[in-house]
Write a protein that binds this ligand. Structure first.
Ligand code: UDP
Ligand code: MG
Length: 312
């Protein structure tokens, strides 16, 4: 199967990336013009505190560029959703503004799309990350994929090319608490991964600190797996069975050897252990409930302060 010449929308989420954008927009435009692709670039300014808008404004006349300015920082997942909701249902590329996603991988991705794939995702080699982070990420993906019905490809990030029909499918998803990697996998379609070496960030530093990564991890787990809840249930059942067995044992022991007073330490340990386990499990249940609460509040995922196009 071969497809017609595409019109490509590029979604670039950006949070305090003015230095990078200054060079990135021209570089992306050059790459696409070399490929003779018709395109537009949609930068989602995720509440940047730097001079992002000032840097992008003069470029509105030079490039087929639009800028969505969000009213504050809503996070990368929300910025991507804003992008998805503001492109037409044509071929769409997600690419970071910091040059970590190599521009020279784009032609390969497009030719795979031309060959009939609806989703082409970049698989990063994590060469810029520490061994501990690699190990934890690996364990996380293993757990997530073991416990969920869908297969979320390991190390596949947000560097992706999506056919228009995938975009339409994503636009139709109503959930507010979004874990994009999971949703990309959930919608399905004919997909393929391409390996790429992640480059060093050109300027600035990563926005994903330990807290942001922890939040993303929890969003993935709670959004795509019920296993934590099931584990609580299973563990609770096991403990209940053991206590019943122990209860029977005590009755038998009392009948045959009389009442035994010692056992204070065992008692305290058992009570505090059970208390701890109960609180932990309540926390896990609470995590799911808090997400239900967020969904029912139905607040928008992001608010657009202004849209900049070359006419304005
Ligand atoms: N980003 C964003 N909103 C945020 C955090 C990040 O739009 O709250 C953008 C950021 O400007 C960059 C991309 O998402 O273009 C990836 O972020 P970053 O480079 O900080 O993450 P990393 O590459 O370290 O995973
Ligand atoms: Mg980056």
């Amino acid at each position: 199967m071969s497809r017609e010449k595409p019109f490509l929308s590029c979604i670039v989420p950006a949070f305090n990336e003015s230095e990078n954008l200054q060079k990135f927009i021209p570089a992306l435009a050059t790459t696409l013009e070399e490929q003779q692709i018709d395109y537009e670039i949609l930068v989602v300014d995720d509440g940047s505190k730097d001079n992002t808008i000032a840097v992008l404004t003069p470029m509105l006349d030079q490039y087929p560029l639009r800028v969505l300015e969000l009213s504050r920082n809503f996070g990368k997942e929300a910025a991507l959703s804003a992008g998805i909701n503001h492109v037409k249902n044509n071929l769409t590329l997600f690419i970071d503004a910091d040059f970590q996603h190599p521009l020279d991988a784009i032609p390969t991705m497009i030719s795979l799309w031309e060959g009939g794939y609806d989703m082409v995702y970049g698989i990063r080699n994590r060469s810029t990350e520490s061994p501990l982070k690699k190990f934890l990420t690996n364990a996380y993906y293993k757990f997530l994929n073991f416990s969920s019905d869908i297969e979320i490809p390991e190390n596949a990030g947000d560097f992706r090319l999506l056919d228009g029909k995938v975009i339409t499918a994503l636009q139709a998803l109503p959930e507010k608490n979004r874990y994009m990697k999971g949703l990309f996998a959930w919608v399905g379609f004919k997909s393929i991964g391409v390996h790429f070496s992640e480059l060093e960030r050109q300027s600035g530093k990563t926005n994903f600190n330990v807290k942001a990564l922890f939040n993303l991890t929890l969003a993935g787990l709670t959004g795509f797996s019920n296993l934590p809840l099931r584990l609580c249930m299973g563990f609770g059942a096991l403990l209940a069975l053991c206590s019943m067995g122990y209860g029977i044992w005590i009755i038998i022991e009392t009948i045959f050897t009389g009442i035994d007073v010692p056992g204070w330490a065992t008692l305290i340990v058992a009570i505090s252990l059970l208390g701890g386990i109960q609180l932990l499990f309540l926390g896990i249940v609470g995590e799911y409930i808090s997400r239900i609460y967020t969904e029912t509040k139905s607040r928008p995922q992001y608010i657009i302060a202004q849209e900049h196009t070359h006419q304005s």
